[in-house]
Design a binder for this molecule. Structure first.
Ligand code: ARG
Length: 566
């Protein structure tokens, strides 16, 4: 089974293609006038030199769609309007209900590597990493649920020159009360001394050399610094309900042992060129403003390796060792060109072939209310944990306000956590990821509109209806407008998930779920469930149950909790 839109696209596509004698996308979409509308006849008529209305009529003569539609018409300049048969809707809903996977077709499984979160050790995660973590996790959940083998790679920044000063700072803090909260202070103090104190700077330099040479004592101190950070990151993941674990850590340090060999391989392939003392790859097609080719620095003038080399080693590993056929890099838009260059270099090295897709899944920034990058008053990056604390506290106030008459068996703290964290994640996922968005507690925590609380509440309401009766859901009949609207909306699940697997645009799933919750709210207001006569009650209970399952699945794929009671 596929989604309703896919069924109509397929049928009308065949009819249009027969009329045009060439493949045509019928461009079917939901419409106000009928259930669905296809407007391909407009462009097609122009192209074939025929009147669009006549093209549309020929299409319906080719396939009158009587098995699916109770009415079809050609409207306006040449739209094909479709009204679906009630019994067809009911049958499709029944099929969806009977399927554990809610009618979503199974996929040809592939191995997908997803690089996401990837914060830098010894620095607090900030909102910049929030988006990568949330969007990447939604992608991982979705692709896994669809049946792909997903390999998560948390490409931690855990190596390089900053660790010289960080190790020296660790030595300086003799009392060694390195609480996780103080990571930022720890980093900033190291930075301050590095800038102000020549002796410290010199020690830090020597420390980097020792680290790179594999000096045991230095490595032990480095592991302490990284370990503290990882523990902090794992705490954040846990709070966020993100699926990343210690097993997914694949930081820059992991690649250090192979960087020399990777550089040699690139050299053997004839891809290295010396530039300002460094060995570089110049991937074809990338130039700066003056038209000069842009380099990826493989071996620095001092013989060391950096970010570029690590990413070349990582892509090689992901394709040749992990055998991925799809590579996703969920990293902010400023690094877009870096990844395009890495992909091109990997193509030139023969690692990245036509059988493998490499995609940079970019995203915009999070803005504060002043429209600038979200910062504290002191101009620092806002701490992720503080944002989450605040969201949960505010959600708690709202939840308590809704239960002034008593808690009704609801665990208010648990609901506050689900709503607060869910709202932060949903606000991020619900905007087109390429766009910037404004971090706004009031908007994200509103109980109406396209927000997590609205969806969570619709889900809990569906659960509550089921709890209030002993009656079982039964055969679905779709007659009332609100029932038809809900059924048609629900039947789009397979369409949206199939589309999402390609575009990795979670806001499309959010829009779908918001549509479901809205249609459910209207249905709930207009179509009594428990007061209806038995056959109607059974049918409406079935629609409630299916709605609840769809909302629960959708929220889960977004990584958002769906409490049964709120
Ligand atoms: N640690 C990097 C940063 O915070 C992001 C790493 C992204 N992944 C990668 N393979 N380079 O900017």
């Amino acid at each position: 089974m596929t989604g309703l839109l896919a069924i109509l696209q397929q049928r009308l596509g065949a009819a249009f293609s027969a009329v045009a004698a060439e493949p045509v996308d019928p461009a079917v979409r939901r419409s106000q006038r009928a259930d669905f509308q296809a407007d391909a006849a407009l462009a097609l008529g122009r192209r074939l030199g025929r009147v669009p209305r006549e093209v549309a009529q020929a299409v319906l003569a080719q396939d009158p769609l009587e098995d699916l539609c109770s009415a079809t018409e050609v409207a306006g300049p040449g739209f094909v309007n479709l009204t679906l048969r009630d019994d067809v809707l009911a049958d499709l809903v029944e099929a969806m209900r009977a399927d554990e996977r809610l009618g979503v077709p199974s996929v040809e499984p592939e191995t997908v590597v997803i690089d996401y979160s990837s914060p830098n050790a010894a620095k607090e995660m900030h909102v910049g990493h929030l988006r990568s973590t949330i969007i990447g996790d939604a992608a991982a959940r979705l692709l896994e649920w669809l049946g792909h083998r997903v390999v998560r790679q948390n490409h931690l920044g855990d190596w390089g020159t900053p660790f010289g000063m960080l190790v020296e700072q660790l030595l300086d803090e003799e009392s060694a009360d390195h609480s996780i909260r103080d990571l930022n202070a720890f980093y900033q103090e190291a930075r301050r001394k590095f800038d102000a104190d020549d002796g410290f700077r010199e020690r830090a330099r020597r420390r980097v050399v020792a680290l790179q040479a594999g000096d045991e004592t230095t490595l032990r101190l480095w592991r302490t610094v990284v370990g503290l950070s990882v523990r902090y990151f794992e705490e954040v993941y846990e709070r966020l309900g993100v699926t990343l674990t210690a097993a997914d850590l694949a930081g820059e340090s992991r690649y250090q042992p192979v960087l020399g060999a990777v550089a040699d391989e690139l050299d053997r392939l004839g891809l290295l060129r010396r530039s300002d003392g460094a060995d570089c790859v110049f991937p074809a097609g990338f130039t700066n403003r003056d038209g000069e080719p842009l380099p990826l620095i493989v071996r620095k003038a001092d013989g060391g390796y950096g970010y570029d080399t690590t990413d070349l080693a990582a892509i090689r590993h992901r394709i040749l060792d992990l055998r991925a056929t799809r590579l996703l890099y969920v990293v902010g838009t400023p690094q877009r060109e870096h990844f395009q260059m890495v992909f091109q270099a990997a193509r030139e090295a023969g690692w990245l072939t036509d059988e493998v897709r490499a995609e940079h899944v970019g995203f915009g920034s999070v803005l504060g209310e002043d429209g600038r990058m979200l910062r504290t008053r002191a101009g620092e990056n806002v701490r992720l944990t503080e944002l989450l604390d605040e969201a949960v506290a505010r959600a708690g106030e709202q939840v308590r306000q809704r239960h002034t008459e008593g808690t009704d068996g609801v665990d208010l703290d648990a609901v506050a956590r689900a709503v607060g964290i869910g709202a932060v994640k949903y606000a991020d996922l619900a905007t087109d990821r390429m766009k910037d968005y404004t971090f706004d507690y009031d908007r994200m925590l509103a109980f109406d509109g396209n927000t997590a609380p609205y969806l969570q509440y619709a889900h809990a309401r569906g659960r509550a209806i089921a709890r209030r009766t002993e009656d079982a859901p039964g055969a679905v009949r779709v007659t009332e407008p609100a029932e038809r609207e809900l059924a048609i909306t629900l039947l789009g699940l397979a369409d949206v998930l199939t589309d999402l697997a390609e575009t990795l645009e979670p806001h499309r799933l959010c829009a779908y779920l918001y549509g479901v919750a809205t249609a459910f709210t209207a249905f709930y207001e207009r179509c009594p469930v428990l007061r209806a006569e038995p056959a109607t009650r059974a049918s409406r209970l079935a629609l409630c149950e299916l709605t609840t399952r769809v909302l629960a699945l959708g929220l889960d794929l977004l990584g958002i909790a769906a409490p049964d009671r709120m």
